[in-house]
Design a protein around this ligand. Structure first.
Ligand SMILES: CC(C)(COP(=O)(O)OP(=O)(O)OC[C@H]1O[C@@H](n2cnc3c(N)ncnc32)[C@H](O)[C@@H]1OP(=O)(O)O)[C@@H](O)C(=O)NCCC(=O)NCCS
Length: 256
């Protein structure tokens, strides 16, 4: 576990303990922390708090090198882009996986259903009473498709619901949080929405955490309002208003 031990405007010290052997390591002064990592830690974290996304770091030997390389791989840059027809394999791998859709309204999709979903997503449901904007979440130099997210907006209405899902092999790296922030940006800036909301099941705390980290407010609790895989489930409601987003977007800790 990596911790900020001291934070000053122009310097930072980090320390860590190895989760396997429990050995404590001496704080590392900012002079040894390279630019991007220093910037990330100093803008995001407070002293004494575990640094997000670096849980499970193994630092028995060559501590500095390991911390740096681990953090570099954690610092995944993501982007949202429109879906295209050759995304079918990647999309199907996600929405045919029960681990991914367990807490969602998505059925476990057959190849044909995935193809239909992809085609409709590319077309953004032109004739439906709602508009469904779906984006691929891509990451890495090759722009690998690592997840999907979307905003559903009743036409003529100025609020929208967001959803998101990530490849399970990449959970815990902050991808969903970054993607939600990008979705908020898309919803408020390009779609001119007034309010964006999301629901999440109590049995999906990772999703609740994502919404909180992205700056959304817990507004309520619905009792058995969603039929998920044939079972009525209760859900929390999270939301954020355009004015709250523009206020929070000025603070670096909310930007990604
Ligand atoms: C929910 C989901 C999108 C999160 O994606 P992710 O990229 O792993 O999310 P992030 O890494 O940005 O953040 C996850 C946070 O949840 C926390 N978390 C994970 N499991 C948790 C648990 N069981 N209890 C509490 N918090 C948990 C992580 O520690 C992290 O918080 P932290 O940064 O404060 O440590 C991902 O698990 C997923 O795709 N699930 C399947 C689809 C889904 O359920 N979508 C949401 C529908 S509402």
């Amino acid at each position: 576990m990596l911790f900020i031990t001291e934070k000053q405007p122009t310097s930072i010290a980090i320390g860590w303990s190895d989760p396997v052997c429990g050995r404590e390591f001496h704080p590392l002064k900012s002079s040894a922390v390279h630019g991007a990592l220093f910037h990330e830690l100093s803008t995001l974290e407070e002293p004494g708090r575990a640094v997000s996304g670096v849980k499970g770091v193994r630092a028995c030997q060559e501590c500095l090198i390991r911390v740096q390389s681990y953090t570099a791989s954690e610092k995944l840059m993501i982007a949202l882009r429109r879906l295209q027809i050759d995304d079918l394999n990647a999309v199907h791998a996600l929405i045919s996986n029960m681990e991914v859709v367990r807490h969602m309204l998505f059925a476990v999709c057959s190849r044909e259903e995935s193809e239909k979903f992809l085609t409709e997503s590319i077309n953004e449901s032109p004739s439906a009473p709602w508009r469904s904007v779906v984006r691929a979440i891509v990451s890495g130099p090759g722009g690998e498709l690592v997840g999907l997210c979307g905003i559903v907006n009743l036409r003529g209405n100025s609020d929208g619901e967001i959803w998101y899902l990530i490849n399970p092999e990449l959970w815990g790296k902050g991808i969903a949080t970054k993607a939600v922030r990008r979705q908020l940006e898309l919803g408020f800036s390009e779609m001119s929405l007034h309010r964006i909301w999301a629901t999440c099941l109590p049995e999906n705390p990772a999703s609740a955490r994502v919404l909180e980290k992205a700056g959304m407010r817990k507004e309520g609790f619905f009792v058995k309002n969603l039929k998920i895989h044939g079972e009525w489930k209760s859900s929390f409601l999270y939301a954020i208003l355009a004015e709250e987003w523009s206020e929070s977007a000025q603070h670096p800790e909310v930007n990604c």
